[in-house]
Design a protein around this ligand. Structure first.
Ligand code: ARG
Length: 460
């Protein structure tokens, strides 16, 4: 069946049909298409195109279709151009010529917009739930080792000691922003386009606000031409998804490193790792590698839709049919990665002795030392130089910070005070960083409590 054809003397070629058909991917929108069409049937009743009985018959037939669409084989052998066409054909099988009224004053251009919006709204909600579950897992991970000290890195060189919990809370912040971005994208998804017609507005006086209420949209779109040519709401989602994937890829990279033999901080759960077909000893972090790899894919989805939309003349162009596969893919990869990351976090075990040792044997306390000197009156540039010389001397003679004490420090440079000896212990130096947003243990404990209440708030 076709939703057009009167103006043609010949049908489409087999090549063109094969090339242009979208049913094999847009069938995923079928439940959204049916829901939108049921609301549209009610709108048609309100403008007098359908009687109450006809509307009832259509809505019931749609309900049956919706159930059938969940059974295997439903789409088998269907040669329809797209999901919208298939739904109307199957409706015709049930209600006969009455099905021919359902498309009164409606265009597929607005129908595809409403379908994607309904579907995407559900995907965003799913992603938000998975995101908050991951955030919860990160907090639980922090609570398991609240006092663990690790070296923080810049340039992948040991920089300053931080609490493991402080490190995890950094990711909590990233995902909190992602949560916000997804929520913002949702507000632009959640606008009702029906009534726009093909591009000029419908020729029937639909109560668009009533349609919006019916489909639980928060408002209606403002311009029919904009509706036909607009996929900003999908781009907003793809950007939010890409940023979340970016953060996931960085967490994945960290944990691939931290769980390596070279670091030895983390033991990943057996259930999220795989072995080698050849090397019997291997326990590979494939789950994390896949999460890291999938960022490229999701960012590709974003750039794909950007490129599709670039320079399109107003309004709808068939190019826009290329919006769906990247969008579906991005939603799948984002949700899959969030779910996977949560399980990795839940099953990982920190071995706090290893990062503590890494912090102790390196000179991550050098900044604390220079600042302790500055606190007792040495100008910071001098303090920096003295601490630097102490590190150089220690590197030359193979000394760790713990090989020094108040006396030997004093002998090395008279500026050193007894407080300086305290901060040679990474856990002590951290206590000087009691500032909002810093790694001071009291502030980290407060930040953890705060994160927990923010998460509860998000979930409401
Ligand atoms: N399958 C089409 C799409 O996804 C539906 C809209 C078709 N509209 C049209 N004017 N050909 O974009």
């Amino acid at each position: 069946m076709k939703l057009w054809g009167g103006r043609f003397e010949e049908g489409p070629s087999e090549v063109f049909e094969r090339f242009s058909g979208s049913l094999h991917f847009d069938k995923r929108l079928i439940h959204a298409d049916i829901r939108g069409s049921q609301a549209f049937a009610r709108a048609l009743e309100r403008v007098g195109i359908l009687t109450a009985a006809e509307r009832g018959q259509l809505v019931t037939a749609f309900d049956q279709l919706d159930a059938e669409a969940r059974t295997p084989g439903f789409f088998e052998g269907a040669g329809d151009e797209d999901v919208h066409t298939l739904v109307i054909r199957k409706l015709g099988d049930k209600v006969g010529t009455l099905a021919e009224k359902i498309h009164t004053g409606r265009s597929r251009n607005e129908q595809v917009s409403v379908d994607i919006r309904l579907w995407l709204r559900g995907e965003v909600d799913n992603a938000l739930g998975l995101m908050s579950a991951l955030m919860e897992a990160l907090l639980a991970c922090a609570q398991r080792d609240p006092a663990a000290v690790v070296p923080g890195y810049t340039h992948l060189r040991r920089a300053q000691p931080v609490l493991w919990a402080h490190y995890l809370l950094a990711y909590f912040e990233m995902f909190a922003r992602d949560y916000e971005r997804l929520t913002q994208a949702r507000t632009r998804v959640n606008v009702m386009p029906l009534g726009s017609g093909a591009l000029a507005g419908s020729g029937f006086p639909f109560d668009r606000e009533a349609l919006a209420r019916d489909l639980e949209f928060s408002g209606i779109t403002g311009n029919s031409m904009d509706v036909s040519g607009d996929r900003d709401f999908a781009l907003d989602f793809l950007y939010a998804a890409s940023t979340a994937m970016l953060h996931l890829s960085r967490l994945a990279e960290d944990w691939i490193l931290y769980s390596s033999e070279e670091f030895g901080w983390l033991e990943l759960g057996d259930g999220v790792t795989s072995g080698s077909s050849l090397m019997p000893q291997k326990k590979n972090p494939d789950s994390l590698e896949l999460i890291r790899g999938k960022f490229g894919r999701v960012f590709g989805d974003l750039s794909s839709l950007f490129m599709t939309m670039k320079g399109l003349p107003m309004t709808y162009n068939r190019d826009m049919q290329e919006d769906k596969e990247p969008l579906f893919d991005a939603a799948d990869q984002l949700c899959g990665s969030l779910e996977m990351a949560r399980q990795v976090v839940e099953t990982a075990k920190l071995n706090p002795a290893r990062p503590a040792q890494a912090a102790e044997e390196s000179w991550v306390v050098a900044t604390d030392l220079a600042e302790a000197l500055a606190r007792s009156g040495t100008p910071f540039h001098q303090a920096h130089k003295i601490a630097g010389r102490l590190v150089l001397e220690s590197v030359r003679t193979g000394k760790k910070p713990s090989d020094w004490n108040a006396e030997s420090l004093k002998a090395f440079a008279p500026e050193f005070t007894p407080e300086c000896a305290d901060v040679l212990n990474p856990s002590e130096g951290m206590k000087t960083r009691e500032i909002k947003g810093g790694t001071g243990p009291k502030h980290v404990a407060a930040a953890l409590a705060d994160a927990e209440s923010r998460l509860r708030q998000l979930r409401k």
